[in-house]
Design a protein around this ligand. Structure first.
Ligand code: ATP
Ligand code: MG
Length: 555
């Protein structure tokens, strides 16, 4: 991942200090996803930050599945997460599962009980919430708080053996019900859940809570800098308490940074799962999803995502990034990588009436206007072509310079063509455009006789390959606050995808396979879709249009 400059940020500065002062000998970071969904662009930010820091300082980076919640987790998610991290270029040194630490976690809970720092509580979940108090009122102590160590040990052991039902009992830390920090008001450490776990199957029916499990996982793995998002700031004292009272040898430190939020995007896994379950999209990898697999299928490159993540930086202040900024980096990255070709998305026939019938010639056209070294290709040209419907107007509007009766344009890489008239069907719709060409005006011939104001692209009709195009708009219409309580489903864009049947010139895409990327002149960057492409028909997803009104600052 060393192909881009890592921007300085406050966590990087802390690491530099820790290494210089000798407080830390070797940096160890981790990315700890819960396998309860697919990764999204926000996770990419965390992966790139954590693996980038480990790489830069010659440390170690772990991929750790935080799988402590059996009901929602699945091996399908485990597999997709591995694939996505790899694809992004995040190279893990080790891969771990929190569930493999359940024995240690259980022992540590027993240790806390023995130290008088944890107790089994019989309050119901509702009562626990009630007793917890509010930001302005202190909490109330549980009537079970003063059970003896022996009683707690016995009950906790029986919880583990499965003697109680879900929710009947929990293990809580004995901290301070009057603490101004609500997280510290006797947080729950273990709960009962009789669900099968994807890894440990039915070995356990009690599971550690995040606040107890996470610091232990970090300490067990020798993580030095445990990086998480801002909402865990209040949990830090509890994190430190768990590490200390569980007498862990390694003492990790937690640092919080602002999560990535983007316009026109929902990022909570719960909401993304809802989009999948309610079939609003065709899966976690739908090209409109902000998931890594969705972005991959849409044709985004890992390089562009990494540049984007580096550019937005790491800070302590929450903000919302314009989703067009990601598109900017995709465009930059593809400019030189994606070979050009001509494709017509909304075809109409152009007949060149003075071109000899039955004749085909081959025109030489460059593969990438931005890079001569990519060479040229031969493109067939004949009497009948397809052009874009919008490149003809029977009655032109002001400043329209493309085809209309009497007007002349250049056909990209070919000749000047002057529109003569058009053919209409019984409904009065234009079905064919007619024109004549001037053999003197061939591209590259040095013709200087007169000028035209527009160049349009085209595809030769007989050899054209019929393909499908899928164009995308943001799935979410407005910029919504993720937690505003609004139902985000009401903000779904009904026009987030447009499916078109058109044509592509055959040579350029001859061996096109899934994930290959092209620049279709004037229409955008496209990739071959992995789900709907068949042996008979290529389906192209538009990655991004070629132009945007979005401007990068300082560029
Ligand atoms: P969600 O809130 O989307 O359900 P999560 O944060 O619960 O996701 P995890 O699987 O627990 O998902 O996240 C793994 C790591 O990714 C965590 O360290 C988390 O802080 C980080 N992360 C999640 N979302 C973002 C985001 N939007 N920006 C940056 N980092 C994120
Ligand atoms: Mg989480």
């Amino acid at each position: 991942m060393s192909d881009e400059n890592i921007k300085s940020n406050f966590i990087r500065n802390i690491i530099i200090e820790d290494l210089e002062s000798g407080k830390c000998k070797k940096v160890v970071t981790r990315f700890p996803p819960e396998p309860n969904g697919y990764l999204h662009i926000g996770h990419a930010k965390s992966i790139i930050l954590n693996s980038g820091l480990a790489e830069e300082f010659k440390g170690k980076f772990n991929l750790r599945f935080d799988d402590t919640n059996p009901a929602k987790e699945d091996t399908e998610y485990v597999e997709s997460i591995k694939e996505d991290v790899k694809w992004l270029g995040g190279k893990w040194d080790d891969i771990f599962f929190a569930s493999n630490y359940f024995d240690t976690m259980y022992e540590k809970a027993v240790l806390l009980i023995k130290k008088g720092l944890a107790y089994v509580c019989d309050l119901s979940p509702e009562q626990i919430r009630e007793y917890r108090g509010t930001l302005t009122e202190p909490g109330k102590e549980s009537p079970y708080r003063n059970r003896t160590v022996e009683e707690n040990l016995d009950l906790f052991e029986r919880m583990r053996k499965g003697e109680f039902k879900d929710g009947e009992k929990v293990l809580r830390a004995k901290m301070d019900m009057a603490s101004p920090n609500i997280t510290m008001r006797d947080p729950i450490l273990y709960r009962i859940d009789h669900a099968e776990h994807h890894n440990t199957k039915n070995k356990w029916c009690i599971y550690p809570m995040y606040d107890f499990a996470h610091p232990l996982e970090d300490a067990i793995e020798g993580i030095t800098h445990s990086i998480c998002t801002l909402e865990f700031e209040d949990h830090r004292p509890l994190y430190d308490w768990v590490v200390k009272e569980c007498e862990m040898e390694n003492v990790p430190r937690q640092y919080e940074f602002a999560r990535l939020n983007m316009t026109n995007t929902v990022m909570s896994k719960r909401k993304l799962k809802q989009l999948v379950d309610e079939k609003i999209v065709d899966g976690w990898d739908d090209p409109r999803m902000p998931t890594i697999s969705g972005l991959r299928r849409k044709g985004y490159t890992p390089e562009a995502i990494r540049k984007f993540c580096n550019e937005i930086g790491v800070s302590k202040a929450n903000s919302i990034v314009d989703s067009q900024m990601l598109d900017y980096f995709v465009r930059e990255d593809l400019q030189l990588k994606a070979p050009a070709a001509m494709a017509v998305m909304r075809p109409i026939k152009l007949v060149i009436t003075n071109y000899p019938e039955g004749q085909t010639e081959m025109l030489e056209i460059e593969n990438n206007a931005n890079d001569e070294s990519q060479g040229k290709r031969l493109v067939p040209f004949s009497r009948e072509l397809y052009i874009e419907k919008e490149d003809f107007m029977e009655v032109p509007v002001k400043k329209y310079f493309r085809l209309f009766p009497g007007n002349e344009v250049r056909l990209k890489g070919g000749y000047f063509v002057k529109c003569t008239d058009c053919v209409k069907n019984e409904k009065g719709e234009v079905v064919e455009v007619h024109g004549t060409y001037d053999p003197e005006t061939k591209s590259g011939s040095g013709f200087k006789g007169r000028k035209v104001k527009a160049t349009i692209h085209w595809v030769e009709a007989k050899t054209a390959k019929a393909v499908e195009f899928r164009l995308f708009e943001p799935l979410i219409l407005d910029d919504i606050e993720e937690n505003a309580g609004k139902n985000f489903l009401e903000q779904i864009n009904p026009k987030s995808m447009e499916v078109l049947q058109g044509f592509v010139e055959p040579v350029a895409i001859k061996n096109a396979k899934v994930q290959d990327r092209f620049q279709f002149i004037r229409n955008g960057f496209f990739t071959v879709d992995s789900k709907y492409t068949t042996d008979e028909k290529l389906v192209f997803n538009r990655i991004v249009p070629l132009k945007s009104s979005f401007k990068m600052q300082n560029k």
